[in-house]
Design a protein around this ligand. Structure first.
Ligand code: ZN
Length: 458
């Protein structure tokens, strides 16, 4: 007789919850996880996710950006949240467990509801009751903002980069604007201050004027008068030129004047925030500038948001210090890389297959991500012993290559299935190597940032 694929292999001990009306828990079968409601097993459908969010509110996202330390941990595969939760549990920080951009959704073939529901089921499975956020990341279109808000996302990151325009050198500063900024010194805390020259004001107005109008329009449409409860993040990080402190002040001041209330702002910092590798650039300049950016954020009452935050270990201590322990940090790619490192160490043949598939299509991947990646520095793995494959993930160019090709790999149905099967097969009731890897790796992010450990609950 064929084995029953729906037979329960093990129960997740932390998942059992009761609210007086219903008892729920989760279990693993050969077909994947199932939800048990009052003893009956159900597939992980959106309807059951809705049921959980209504009956067990800790499984629903909440706005979290008013908390001091918040960490976006994007889960492109839908299997990383247990590791993210394991990493963050011991620290005094709050995760945004659900966080994807349109680009990531398109490349992974998942939808907003899929990622939200995954967050719900994983918080139940891990019994994580301390609250988490859900971020519609890098949204550029009003229809997408409407979509995520209607589904209960608790954070929207508005990406204004399409409205940021190069400075053409024309001076369009109105008299009103000149009166607001010129001939004044804006004092910030920690002895910082902002002074505008006419040239700087004109430049800021030319570069960001249209983006400000767009941000204010979006705010009025969705947030004004408390319409949306979600946190509002403004992102201007995906541009070629860094945001200078003067420009950051101008943006914050102009939006505040128009009634926009940002929970977080993501400037484009100096240096390079390449995907999945450490900071590249002048650390002293970064230190000087983040000190002022952080003072501007405090002045206007929001937190700095640091995007492309995966593996930026050399600057994390500065982020923790100058923000005085109040920041939002976003990561995503590094968790995908840890998943692939595991494939390299546990299923070398499958890793070689995935690597070769991606190698043949890397030019397509480069259309989605602008990275420094030099393919001449990605070694030919035909020469590698199996046991040497995981070490690829300690080198910058191979990391960037695997980082940007996740969509290429996941769009190959056979490869996608093989990868998911490999990740599922390495998990047992006793062992979850992916969660262990993420606990260590995301934990290293948190400890380097200087996040304090959570006080033991009495
Ligand atoms: Zn960004």
């Amino acid at each position: 007789m064929a084995p029953d694929k729906n037979a329960i292999l093990w129960h997740y001990p932390k998942s059992q919850h009761t609210n007086g009306k219903h008892t729920v828990s989760m279990a693993r079968t050969q077909n994947g996880d199932v939800l048990l409601v009052d003893g009956a097993a159900h597939a992980l459908t959106s309807e059951w996710a809705d049921f959980l969010r209504a009956q067990f509110p800790f499984t629903a996202p909440i706005p979290v950006l008013s908390r001091d330390r918040t960490i976006g941990v994007g889960d492109r595969l839908g299997i990383a949240a247990p590791g993210h939760i394991a990493a963050i549990r011991g620290y005094d920080a709050t995760p945004v467990l659900v966080q994807q951009s349109m680009r990531e959704l398109n490349l992974t073939g998942r939808g907003w509801q899929d990622i939200l529901d995954a967050g719900t089921f994983m918080t139940l499975r891990e019994g994580y009751e301390d609250g988490f956020g859900a971020d519609g990341d890098h949204l550029k279109q009003e229809k997408d903002i409407r979509d995520v808000l209607s589904r209960g996302f608790t954070m929207v990151t508005l990406d204004c980069s399409d409205h940021i325009t190069p400075d053409d050198g024309q001076d369009r500063v109105s008299q009103d604007m000149a009166d607001r900024y010129l001939g004044r010194t804006f004092a910030l805390d920690q002895g910082h201050s902002i002074v505008f020259t006419r040239g700087e004001l004109s430049e800021a107005n030319n570069i960001y004027g249209k983006a400000l109008a767009f941000a204010a329009h979006v705010w009025r449409t969705f947030w004004e008068e408390g319409k949306a409860k979600a946190d509002f993040e403004l992102s201007i990080d995906e541009t070629a030129l860094p945001t200078t402190p003067v420009q950051h002040f101008f943006i914050a001041s102009e939006l505040t004047r128009r009634g926009v209330r940002m929970a977080t702002v993501a400037p484009r910092f100096c240096g390079e925030f390449q995907k999945g590798i450490d900071y590249i650039g002048d650390i002293n300049q970064f230190e000087r500038e983040i000190a002022v950016h952080a003072a501007i954020a405090r002045h206007f009452g929001y937190k700095l948001s640091i995007h492309s935050g995966s593996d930026k270990f050399s600057i994390f201590p500065l982020v923790g210090k100058y923000t005085q322990g109040r920041y939002h940090l976003k990561t995503a790619g590094t968790s995908w890389l840890e998943a692939m490192r595991l494939i390299a160490s546990r299923d070398p043949a499958l890793y070689r297959q995935a690597h070769a598939w991606a190698l043949a299509r890397v030019d397509e991947a480069r259309q989605y991500y602008h990275v420094k990646l030099d393919m001449a520095r990605v070694p030919d793995i035909a020469d590698f012993a199996d046991s040497d494959l995981p070490a690829l993930f300690d080198q910058e160019d191979p990391r960037q290559f695997i980082h940007i090709t996740y969509g290429i790999m996941l769009k190959n149905p056979a490869l996608r299935d093989a990868l998911y099967k490999a990740w599922a097969d390495m998990t047992t009731s006793q062992q979850d190597p992916y969660a262990d890897a993420l606990k260590a790796h995301i934990g290293r992010h948190l400890s380097t940032l200087g996040v304090p450990h959570k006080k033991e609950q009495a």
